[in-house]
Design a protein around this ligand. Structure first.
Ligand SMILES: Cc1cc2nc3c(=O)[nH]c(=O)nc-3n(C[C@H](O)[C@H](O)[C@H](O)COP(=O)(O)O)c2cc1C
Length: 377
């Protein structure tokens, strides 16, 4: 067994059981009003042997919602719902952060208050990007939702932006009240914070657009506001410098994200989470980029994207990663660290149950012992 991957790691003021992370994964099974359910608590409980769980993207406001059945963290019912999730994970000795997101333009009028247009920083529609909706209110158990092109957005007024920063700070406060160990800002995959950062999506001419410093301003304001509430040692940030998902493309990703990492180092956040290859097979991060991140950022580095045990161990041994996320393997394999440690047989995930649905494909994946007994009987 590797000395590092399976051994405890100190993150901020938390002691993690191991360096294996369950990264954020939208599963679209919240109850009406974006309220987390007992079934969601059971799903996360089954995966609490991760060193750290980061929840699915969780909207900071109703306008921040981009898909049907996504949990929120902006009202008391949602906070109460999350309390059962954090209690279940803590009862197993696990740690859990909430991923805070605002999807910006990647939404649909049927999900927005009063059927309004989604908000974006520039009125640009991402071509070919679909969101799933539930206009008839059938609920997640009905299946995968109806896929539609996201609605044309309207550009945010400069005067509206401070209000969104406040929504993130309020959401962080709610997350800590719900018992989370910390929060992760979703600044990746083409959602609102990422839309501000990348040159391909930011066409603003005010103080939030144009120069790199301006494009990083919103992310800086949100990170500072959230860290002031949750504590920098309880705050992480996720970037996806090289993925081109959902129209997020930057002309000079290395210099952009090194500057962003340097600013986060000043705030002293606990970790930087790099989303590598996802659905779109992003190019592998050049080693020089990984090493440069290490030089400018002194907190923990977490990498996610098509890792297996061998690659994860090599990354930690080489020193450019402290923590490794295993996404799809965690969906299909409760108690994943035990399987990784013992090279047990892995369940294969069923993508049909990834987004929306009931217990099937969610909390019914067999444990190692169940697999063994079915093989021997
Ligand atoms: C079903 C599913 C939902 C996802 N939802 C999110 C999300 O809400 N937030 C996020 O930052 N990434 C999300 N991701 C990306 C994962 O966190 C991860 O980066 C990706 O699956 C690649 O890791 P893997 O190859 O280990 O699965 C999602 C991935 C999957 C498979």
């Amino acid at each position: 067994m590797s000395a590092a991957l399976f051994h405890p790691f100190v993150l901020g003021r938390l002691r993690l059981l191991n360096r294996i992370v369950m990264p954020p994964m939208t599963r679209a099974r919240a109850a009406n009003g974006g309220v987390p359910t007992a079934m969601m608590a059971e799903y996360y409980r089954q995966r609490a042997s991760a060193g750290l769980i980061i929840t699915e993207g969780t909207q900071v406001s109703r306008r921040g919602q981009g898909y049907a059945w996504i949990p929120g963290i902006h009202n008391p019912a949602q906070v109460e719902g999350w309390k059962q999730v954090t209690a279940a994970v803590h009862a197993e000795g696990g740690r859990i952060f909430a991923q805070l997101w605002h999807v910006g333009r990647l939404s649909h009028v049927s999900l927005q208050p009063n059927g309004a247009s989604p908000v974006a920083l520039s009125a640009l529609t991402a071509q070919g990007v679909q969101v799933f909706i539930d206009p008839q209110g059938l609920g997640p158990a009905a299946g995968a939702g109806r896929k539609v092109q996201h609605s044309p957005p309207r550009a945010l007024e400069t005067s509206e932006i401070a209000g969104i920063v406040d929504e993130f700070a309020a959401a962080a406060s709610h997350a800590m009240a719900a018992g989370f160990d910390g929060v992760e800002l979703h600044a990746a995959n083409g959602y609102l914070i990422n839309q501000f950062i990348d040159s391909g999506t930011n066409r603003r001419s005010d103080r939030y657009g144009g120069s790199l410093a301006n494009r990083l301003r919103f992310r800086d304001e949100v990170a500072r506001a959230v860290a002031a509430v949750a504590g920098p040692e309880c705050t992480g940030v996720r970037f996806s410098p090289l993925t081109t998902l959902q129209g997020a493309v930057d002309d000079t990703p290395e210099s952009t994200y090194l500057a962003a990492a340097r600013m986060l180092d000043e705030i002293g956040i606990a970790y930087l989470h790099i989303a590598e290859a996802d659905w779109d097979d992003a190019p592998e991060m050049p080693m020089a980029f990984r090493e440069a991140l290490r030089l400018v950022y002194s907190g923990a580095m977490l990498y996610t994207g098509q890792y297996d045990r061998e690659r994860a161990e090599a990354a930690v041994a080489a020193g450019w990663a402290d923590l490794i996320g295993f996404g799809r393997p965690f969906i299909a394999n409760p108690y994943l660290p035990r399987r990784l440690a013992s090279d047990a047989v892995f369940n294969r995930g069923n993508p049909a149950g990834y987004f929306g649905g009931g217990a099937e494909g969610y909390i019914d994946y067999p444990t190692v012992d169940e697999v063994r007994s079915s093989v021997s009987s």
